[in-house]
Design a binder for this molecule. Structure first.
Ligand SMILES: CC(C)(COP(=O)(O)OP(=O)(O)OC[C@H]1O[C@@H](n2cnc3c(N)ncnc32)[C@H](O)[C@@H]1OP(=O)(O)O)[C@@H](O)C(=O)NCCC(=O)NCCS
Length: 154
């Protein structure tokens, strides 16, 4: 049997209640269940920055990756949609992503999921590696878009 679900953890304090650090974050693991044994196949996360206004509705996607052996089979799309749903359920109104123009696989996925990528800052990450920002406005109804994914708060 194959079951895919999110488990959130590694940081027991809810993202909105974390204080005293510059970045508050929560990780989400995409776990494949086969015959009762779980294996992590993807990772994502949401973060907010201390200087973001509490009511601005802006959240950032982070640590977004799928096991290279499992890529190109739809898991990245599932993980991104699930993370966007969790974000909407938290009251997020916009999901933003720090990325790079060279990450063509990720950018294709983001564009297919309705994200717009905007201007890049040249040589931000390292010489020749630009910073690009992608973002998408969230529909509050997305909080109900988990589909087959269950969220397990640890
Ligand atoms: C980005 C990433 C998470 C996508 O995961 P995935 O499971 O392969 O994604 P999906 O299978 O859902 O692919 C969805 C779409 O993304 C695009 N895509 C994904 N991998 C691609 C590749 N190697 N080349 C071109 N397009 C690609 C395609 O448009 C694809 O749709 P298609 O298969 O119908 O053509 C994965 O490539 C990854 O972990 N990359 C390394 C980490 C990274 O760059 N993270 C982003 C940081 S901002």
């Amino acid at each position: 049997m194959l079951e895919v679900y999110f488990s959130s953890g590694m940081w027991n304090t809810p993202l909105e209640s974390q204080s005293g650090s510059l970045v508050s974050l929560t990780y989400y693991a995409l776990v494949e269940q086969i015959d009762g044994a779980g294996r992590m196949v993807g990772l994502s996360g949401l973060y907010r920055r201390a200087w973001d206004h509490p009511d601005d509705g802006n959240y950032w996607l982070g640590w977004f990756a799928v096991d290279p052996r499992q890529q190109r089979s739809g898991l990245g799309t599932l993980l991104l949609r699930g993370t966007a749903s969790i974000c909407a359920a938290k009251g997020g109104r916009r999901l933003c992503i720090e990325t790079a123009p060279g990450l063509e696989s990720a950018l294709r996925l983001y564009r297919a999921e309705g994200f717009r990528d905007v201007n890049a800052i040249p040589s931000y990450w390292s010489p020749g590696a630009d910073l690009a920002i992608a973002y998408r406005d969230l529909d509050p109804a997305e909080k109900n878009r988990f589909g087959p994914i269950a969220v397990e708060e640890l």
